[in-house]
Design a protein around this ligand. Structure first.
Ligand code: SAH
Ligand code: SF4
Ligand code: F3S
Length: 462
């Protein structure tokens, strides 16, 4: 009999990518090895997302594709885990009765047991409380040099568009000592860059000590010898405080990039979204972080077509995007989600209006992405090599500390090693570069584009 094999398909965010490493780790501990495609695997896992409606549809499409393959191979076990499983519970059984195992976001660790139970019939288990932090389970890391590290799970906010609190539960922070110990172990294992994960990393520690401890965590991690780069996602603008900005600026390891989700540039929309900040307060934070870390790259998330969004409100988003000049943005069309307040709001915006606004926003953002990238042409950057370029196998791809993709030629560059590269040209989504000797990188860059003006006050903050 051949070796038992598995294949994991991941949808959604970095938390899910990290969870998938744990699902794969547990399967490898059970003696499975990775298959080349889901069609060939004995255990096929879908780690799902339900943040927007499209994510739901994709899962059922993929399950439908597997059905005839499973019919021909009755030993195949299909596992559905993650946020959509947590949300849909019985629906999966109804829509895809051939699924063998369903597990939710709080009981990843039950996978081996549920697979054994599935030998005797479908094994579905959804629990409402987290059993273990994903980082504490065995892992098959997808990268030898990069590590995802959960610092908190769940979310205590109540953004009216968002299903995450319903499927990921209440916020719970992990003990600081456990996080540092995990990062130290990762470094011993060859990791040079970590990304700290939480739905709202700034509120890390509030449930442990009564006060947020994210800044302290960054400073502690900065002392880990051999750790080169620290990234985190996502900070919530309402909780992005001066102590975090100072810790970022004063830490050797914290990279010059922040993903600061905006959602909307309109005060009235932000109020309806229950984001608990306004335009002025958001711009003030952008200004502060740029002042403390000149040249920091700023990226964001924006939702277009939130219920009752008027042309004037959308224009506020456009003008904020122009004012900040983001390095990049994930732009989303609003998608009504069950278990969220906004799904019940009046005045859902017609599809064609949303599409037209969305296209305009993307055009503005593309222009800024290019402008920001062009501003680094000629600079010397430290690049962490990720592997060969997908477009051109003779070139390698890596990332600057500002999280920009750079393609360059280097016959000897191995994934996970650092190179010094001069940026030679720019596109909206990547840079081209040339390998150079000399310093590892320019000292902290000076901003060549205007800083956001700090004119907008914050007197009407919630
Ligand atoms: N915790 C993170 C966001 C996680 S969800 C934060 O608060 O920043 C990732 C992104 O998906 C959000 O920032 C938002 O832009 C988008 N999103 C969430 N719910 C959505 C919905 N119902 N429709 C469209 N986009 C949505
Ligand atoms: Fe969702 Fe808001 Fe929590 Fe982010 S902070 S996960 S958008 S509820
Ligand atoms: Fe992430 Fe999607 Fe769940 S964005 S938290 S996998 S709903």
């Amino acid at each position: 009999m051949g070796a038992k094999t598995y294949f994991v398909t991941t949808y959604g965010c970095q938390m899910n990518e990290h969870d998938s490493e744990r699902l794969a780790g547990m399967l490898e501990t059970e003696g499975y090895s990775q298959a080349d495609s889901p069609d060939e695997a004995e255990v096929v896992v879908f780690n799902t997302c339900c943040i927007r409606e499209k994510a739901d549809q994709r899962l059922y499409g993929n399950l439908g594709h597997l059905k005839p393959i499973k019919d021909a191979n009755p030993d195949m076990k299909i596992v559905v885990g993650g946020c959509l499983a947590q949300k849909d519970k019985a629906t999966i059984q109804k829509r895809a009765p051939y699924v063998d195992v369903v597990l939710g976001t709080h009981n990843l660790g039950s996978l081996p047991r549920l697979l054994r139970e599935a030998e005797h019939g479908p094994a579905f288990e959804i629990v409402e409380q987290t059993e273990t932090f994903p980082s504490a389970l065995p892992s098959r890391r997808s990268s030898p040099w990069h590590g995802w590290v959960s610092i908190s799970i769940g979310c205590n906010n109540s953004c009216t568009f968002c299903i995450v609190p319903a499927v990921r539960g209440r916020e719970a922070s992990r003990r600081l000592g456990d996080i540092v110990a995990e990062v130290e172990a990762l470094v011993v294992d060859g990791v040079v860059e970590v990304t700290l994960l939480g739905q709202n990393v700034n509120s890390y520690g509030r449930d442990l000590d009564g006060t947020p401890m994210f800044a302290r965590l960054l400073r502690e991690l900065d002392r880990v010898e051999g750790l080169e780069r620290v990234r985190f996602t996502s900070p919530h603008p309402k909780d992005f405080r001066d102590d975090t900005i100072a810790a970022m600026a004063e830490s050797r390891t914290v990279c010059e990039h922040i993903h600061l989700p905006l959602q909307s540039g309109s005060d009235s929309v932000l109020r309806r979204m229950k984001r608990a900040y306004n335009r002025g307060r958001y711009l003030e934070k952008v200004h502060k972080v740029r002042e403390a870390m000149p040249g920091i790259a700023i990226t964001t998330d924006i939702i277009v077509g939130f219920p009752a969004e008027t042309d004037a409100e959308f224009d506020e988003t456009l003008s904020l995007v122009e004012e900040v000049g983001y390095d990049g943005a994930f732009t989303f069309q609003y998608s009504p989600r069950p278990m969220t307040e906004a799904a019940e709001f009046a005045d859902q915006i017609p599809k064609e209006v949303v599409q037209e606004r969305f296209d305009r926003l993307v055009a503005v953002q593309e222009r800024w992405s290019l402008k920001r990238n062009e501003a680094v042409v000629g600079r010397i950057e430290e690049v962490l090599v990720e592997g060969s370029s997908k477009k051109d196998a003779s070139r390698v791809t890596g990332r600057t500390r500002t999280n920009k993709l750079v393609h360059f030629s280097d016959d000897t560059a191995a994934a996970g090693t650092f190179r010094t590269v001069e940026v030679t040209s720019a596109s909206p989504h990547h840079l081209e570069g040339a390998l150079v000797g000399g310093p590892r990188r320019d000292p902290r860059p000076t901003l060549t584009l205007p800083l956001v003006s700090a004119t907008s006050g914050c007197s009407s903050c919630p």
